[in-house]
Ligand binder design. Structure first.
Ligand SMILES: [Mg+2]
Length: 191
């Protein structure tokens, strides 16, 4: 099946966090708090997916308060932190949302993502992913983790679904006066 055909079935996009939504860098403050840098363009892509009627979520092995903040700002539909077995979480999500694996996309960078990458309908590897992750993925991003890979993958899915023009025309609703991504004007569909 062609990549675009696979992308047409996608209703939920799941993402790894460290090395995917970030470049993998963790800054550790003296009190032990970890600081990560997220990419604004990825954030915009996530809001655009919402405009296209596609839910987005994260599954990550780590736990961080900064991800809580980021998740609520981007209206993520699924937030799973401190996950040891990502495959198990995917199975639970499919069951609860009554989705087929073919309707879910995933983007990741490292070996802990392999189970999910092999299970979903459309899998992506960031440009600087582990070679095994690249080998098992359908889509290899041109951009690395934390540098727009997530945005690239989301745009590919939106375009494959023929929703690009609709999303673009609704884009002004995603921007506030400072040019920062704001909450979608019309809210997003939830199951
Ligand atoms: Mg990772």
């Amino acid at each position: 099946m062609s990549l675009r055909k696979k992308a047409r079935s996608i209703k939920l996009i799941l993402m790894d966090v460290d090395g995917t939504l970030t470049d993998g860098t963790l800054s550790v403050l003296p009190d032990g708090e970890e600081v990560k840098a997220y990419n604004v363009r990825d954030g915009m892509g996530i809001l655009m997916a919402g405009k296209a009627g596609i839910d987005v979520g994260v599954i990550t092995g780590k736990t961080s308060r900064s991800l809580d903040h980021r998740s609520s700002k981007l209206h993520l539909a699924e937030i799973h932190q401190g996950v040891a077995d990502k495959g198990k979480v995917l199975a639970e999500i499919l069951e609860r949302r009554k989705l087929a694996a073919e309707e879910v996309a995933y983007i990741g960078d490292d070996l802990g993502d392999l189970d999910v990458i092999r299970a979903v309908g459309l899998a992506a590897a960031v440009e600087d992913a582990h070679p095994l992750v690249r080998r098992h993925s359908d889509y290899i991003c041109r951009l690395p983790g934390g540098r727009g890979a997530v945005r690239e993958f989301i745009e590919f899915i939106i375009k494959s679904q023929g929703k690009w023009k609709t999303v673009l025309s609704g884009l002004s609703g995603l921007l506030d006066l400072k040019g920062e991504p704001a909450a979608p004007a019309s809210g997003r569909k939830r199951p």
